[in-house]
Design a protein around this ligand. Structure first.
Ligand SMILES: Cc1cc2nc3c(=O)[nH]c(=O)nc-3n(C[C@H](O)[C@H](O)[C@H](O)COP(=O)(O)OP(=O)(O)OC[C@H]3O[C@@H](n4cnc5c(N)ncnc54)[C@H](O)[C@@H]3O)c2cc1C
Length: 298
């Protein structure tokens, strides 16, 4: 039996594995190779690693786990998990079931990338969702925001920290209130309700947005706000509730309603950055090890 099964080897799961490995805990980490930022070419906002390709960051993290021989990494999808008699039974796609005392879910989220022609070639290079991650590189350039209603409104105002030239593309009725439209206008943000036909660019650099009923508009970056969903259904299958944003509400040390179950990283409720995912993994690992010590003491 494992002390801990970790599902997800992004920054959250791997940092948890590192801390637990250093506690000599027997850990199995399962991952199916699709971190949220796989489309990005450079990760920002993580001290000493600013600008590093995200997949290189993960490769280094896996390398650092090698001395910790009680930690096993497997490239495999977890298809189910349940809790019986204070033990977790985790089912892999191979049909195997592994047993553990604790279960840590670090399976992240997926972004609902808008289905616009040309977006896939630009995603992660000129098309982003997070200005803290990618705003600096395109600061002061002409921005587009893709989103409507409260979300498009909020992101447009937020982006004024990075550019004074912002076009809010709502791709149909804006769903904005009059006071919202007035505030956007006061802050120099133009609202465009025309249908977006496609994005044009070369080598990952956005050049223009083509609209249905008007001339194209030259833009250098597009930030979208169209939602996200959990990358796996494991947390909800174990009874975790999701908040409005679609993430799991966790308590102190990333605990959940179920004793021994922890949810960390983007899958849980806090700010969704690599440095925070890694920190949450470390924090949960501390709590898990503390619990295991107490349970083992005579
Ligand atoms: C385009 C883009 C750019 C970004 N840029 C930055 C940036 O510059 N700086 C920053 O701080 N953040 C950035 N982010 C956010 C960052 O990607 C996340 O905060 C971070 O990846 C969260 O780490 P995590 O470990 O929680 O989840 P993830 O990194 O998403 O890892 C989850 C892992 O779980 C695995 N998994 C899921 N389900 C299963 C299953 N059933 N079985 C087995 N494995 C499973 C996945 O394959 C994946 O490897 C960016 C995101 C995007 C989309």
């Amino acid at each position: 039996m494992y002390d801990v099964v970790i599902v997800g080897a992004g920054p959250a799961g791997l940092n948890a594995a590192l801390v637990l490995g250093r506690c000599s805990r027997k850990v199995l980490v399962c991952d199916n190779g699709h971190p949220r930022n796989e489309a990005s070419h450079a990760m920002h906002g993580y001290l000493t690693r600013d600008g590093m390709p995200p997949l290189e960051f993960l490769r280094l993290a896996r390398e650092e786990l090698k001395p910790y021989t009680t930690v096993t990494l497997r490239d495999v999808t977890v298809v189910d998990a349940r809790c019986e008699n204070n033990r977790f039974l985790t089912t892999l796609e191979t049909g195997e079931t592994v047993e553990s005392r604790k279960l840590l879910i670090a399976t992240g989220v997926r972004d609902k990338v808008p289905r616009i022609e040309g977006i896939d070639e630009l995603y992660g290079r000129s098309v982003f969702h997070c200005p803290y991650c990618d705003g600096w590189e395109v600061r002061d350039e002409p921005f587009a925001v893709y989103g409507k209603g409260e979300k498009g409104y909020g992101l447009s105002l937020e982006l004024t920290a990075w550019s004074s030239d912002i076009l809010l593309c709502t791709d149909g009725p804006s769903e904005l209130t009059e006071p919202q439209i007035e505030r956007l206008s006061r802050n120099g943000i133009v609202v465009e309700e025309e249908r977006v036909v496609r994005l044009e660019g070369t080598d990952g650099v956005l050049h223009r947005i083509v609209f249905e009923g008007r001339d194209p508009d030259a833009r250098r970056a597009l930030f979208f706000t169209t939602g996200q969903h959990q990358q796996s259904a494991l947390a909800t299958a174990l009874g975790c509730e999701l908040n409005d944003k679609g993430t799991v509400h966790t308590g102190k040390y990333e605990t959940t309603h179920l004793r021994g179950l922890f949810v960390v990283g983007d899958a849980s409720h806090a700010v969704q950055w690599v440095v925070i995912a890694a920190a949450e993994g470390a924090e949960a690992a501390f709590a898990i090890n503390t619990d295991l010590i107490k349970e083992n003491l005579k």
